[in-house]
Design a protein around this ligand. Sequence first.
Ligand code: NDP
Length: 268
Amino acid sequence: MDRYAVIGNPIGHSKSPQIHRLFAEQTGEQMSYEALLAPIDDFAGTLRSFLSDGLGINVTVPFKEQAWALVDQHTSAAQRAGAVNTIQRQADGSLLGDNTDGKGLVRDIQHNAGLSLAGLKILLVGAGGAARGVIQPILAAGPAQLCIVNRTVSKAEALGALFIDLGPVSAAGFQWIEEPVDLIINATSASLAGNLPEISPKLIRPGHTWCYDMMYANEPTPFNRWAAEQGAERCLDGLGMLVEQAAEAFLLWRGVRPETAPVLAALR
Ligand code: NDP
């Protein structure tokens, strides 16, 4: 049986084993997929031990940057993202690192929700690892502008500078931007603690602006509750992104892209 896994710390909450089991059932692929808890101080050892026999692995918090440093080659998405969430062991034993988070986000917004990013004014809130991972795929979709805002402005500016050659990207502080935009993507971890990034409600044009929180939960997230109160046209959470990034990993490993809609419906 071909073996795959997700590795992280903590890992008990991960939905990836369920998602990949459903993908394997649907496509008839003969594979197993498990959850691996890596000690905080021995990610590399746990990874290498699994990949001596396993064919691929997904990497989650807090190891995506370490994974980037450990692999032998990067896809262009991973190279730009500075983080790896999917590793494939190749025929010669070398490790290829990819980052499918951004492709997953863009696919969820464009394909599942039906909002084309071409020509849109987009605000990306946050400048951590998740934000960095999605900038290249968003710019590839052709927005009119992508403005990165962050509590710590210098981090937004550093990210903007990293991607300036790829499209119309800019950076700002929370209080600097008040004009309505078409789409706001929350890539902060504020929702995890029940907090909101302090962005202006004027950014939302009622009945027009879409909002996307990369976090997901059984209840609407604090950010999406706030966005709905401001009259946002649609409020989406990151469960679709999670399933779509998994489908991209599955495609890399198995050469077949599973249908995501039934899996997303099962998880909901
Ligand atoms: P990081 O720790 O790398 O970055 C956290 C970011 O959140 C920083 O920009 C930080 O700002 C900002 N932040 C934290 N608290 C607040 C606050 N109270 N107000 C304003 N800004 C705040 O985290 P990640 O980038 O790895 O993850 C961010 C989110 O994305 C998480 O919720 C994670 O679950 C989600 N995610 C979802 C995925 C999916 O598949 N759906 C995939 C990957 C991530 P500052 O720089 O000022 O500290």
